[in-house]
Ligand binder design. Structure first.
Ligand code: V1P
Ligand code: CA
Ligand code: ZN
Length: 380
């Protein structure tokens, strides 16, 4: 049903620093930066390193972070350690939302600076017209707020990258296919028409972060420049792809973004430790392929994803998609940690066999119609 746009061979840059995979949120915490190391082994094992421009990324500076975050919060994050945490003034933990979701771990500021530096470098490659597509799988931490962390996210690398892109680009489109609502990015640009934000996510009013209902559409100058696609458990490949394409196609055609940032959170896959959708790797990747087909410069970032063996398979596959390469299902020989991918040792495991699809045809059709009505406002 859906034709690929004129396919082109984009100049792709890959932004990564192996250091970023060595930080630990804590033993019981679902966020495992180690998944980035697994991803990198697959990407290089499949030979994709050879066809991209590779950049070892730097730490973002405090000055760069303060383009969005409050000085007070950045100062706190740069000084706090697991050891001095209980010596901080009374109320500091509450004030900065420190707890199970956002613990203070060793070298937390270095970690945050590294994934943020990678997104800023990637956005700069697009601005300089040195890349058509720039990838940072360590970024995509969409929940972080101006003055506090949220949902495993400390610094909002996406908001900072969009602010950088806005210095040269008139219209930025942000597309979020993480299982969770992209609340931090939506909130930061809720009152401007220069950034259009759209998030597809699980929503029932309770599921983290609790926001992202269909009637959140922006405010003031930003009215109609935010879109939310709330979904129930168990959405399958065909329903998701059809909904995604039928909304994104008219959205790009009407809004005419000059650059697109896609957050590719892998927790929307089936079998995710925190997830409840039924997507396979190729369906998730089809959403990336579709956005790429418009030939608009893209910044591609990671995000959630809590079953490391599937997160790394997904992001390796999507690195292939962005380079126009379909990776064979046989995993590369002799990659470190190959045992993580057993017993199937396939790039495309079956992930759609767990949940019943609670999204009825009628529900999905209603959501689609409401989204298309919102998009029609764009033409005035
Ligand atoms: O549900 C909550 C909060 C904690 N409760 C009081 C409500 N937190 C979630 C946070 C999910 C964050 C997702 C981040 C991302 O969008 C981007 C990187 O993917 C949560 C969950 C859950 N099942 O939703 N926290 C935890 N699980 C958790 C479990 C064990 C240890 C620490 C946190
Ligand atoms: Ca989302
Ligand atoms: Zn998520």
């Amino acid at each position: 049903e859906w034709e690929m746009g004129a396919s082109y061979t984009p100049r792709v840059s890959f932004h990564f620093n192996p250091k970023v995979s060595n930080y630990h949120y804590g033993v019981k915490h679902p966020m495992k930066p180690f998944r980035l190391m697994l991803t990198d082994h697959l990407v290089s094992g499949y030979g994709l390193h050879k066809i991209m421009d590779l950049y070892e990324t730097r730490e973002a500076t405090m000055e760069e972070m303060s383009e969005f975050h409050s000085e007070d919060y950045i100062n706190f994050l740069s000084k706090v350690t697991p050891n001095n945490l209980n010596k901080m003034p009374r109320g500091t933990l509450e004030k900065f939302n420190i707890g199970d979701d956002c613990p203070i771990f060793q070298n937390i500021f270095e970690y945050s600076s590294l994934y943020t530096g990678a997104s800023l470098d990637a956005s700069q490659k697009l601005i300089n017209n040195q890349s058509d597509i720039a990838i940072n799988w360590s970024g995509g931490l969409h929940h972080a707020k101006k003055s506090n962390p949220s949902g495993f996210c400390y610094i909002n690398d996406i908001v900072l990258s969009i602010l950088n892109l806005l210095r040269y680009h008139p219209r930025v489109l942000y597309i979020d296919i993480d299982l969770h609502h992209g609340d931090g990015v939506q909130e930061a640009f809720y009152t401007t028409d220069r950034v259009f934000t759209i998030s597809f996510h699980k929503y029932n009013g309770e599921f983290f972060p609790g926001t992202g209902d269909i009637d959140e559409n922006g405010y003031s100058n930003g009215k109609n420049f935010a879109l939310n696609v709330p979904l129930e458990d168990g959405i399958d490949d065909d329903s998701y792809i059809n909904l995604f394409k039928s909304i994104i196609d008219p959205l790009i055609t009407s809004y005419k973004p000059t650059v697109i940032i896609q957050q590719c959170g892998a927790d929307s896959l089936g079998h995710d430790r925190l997830g409840c959708f039924n997507l396979n790797i190729k369906a998730h990747g089809e959403c990336v392929k579709f956005v790429k087909s418009f030939g608009i410069p893209m910044l591609v970032v990671g995000g959630g994803g809590y079953t490391p063996r599937n997160v790394s398979r997904l992001w390796a596959y999507e690195t292939g998609v962005l380079n126009g390469v379909l990776l064979p299902k046989e995993l590369p020989e002799d990659i470190p940690f190959k045992e993580f991918f057993g017993p199937d040792y396939s790039l495309y495991p079956v992930l759609d066999d767990l949940y019943e699809n609670k999204n009825s045809k009628k529900y999905l059709e209603d959501v689609r119609i409401r989204c298309l009505e919102n998009i029609r406002y764009l033409q005035g």
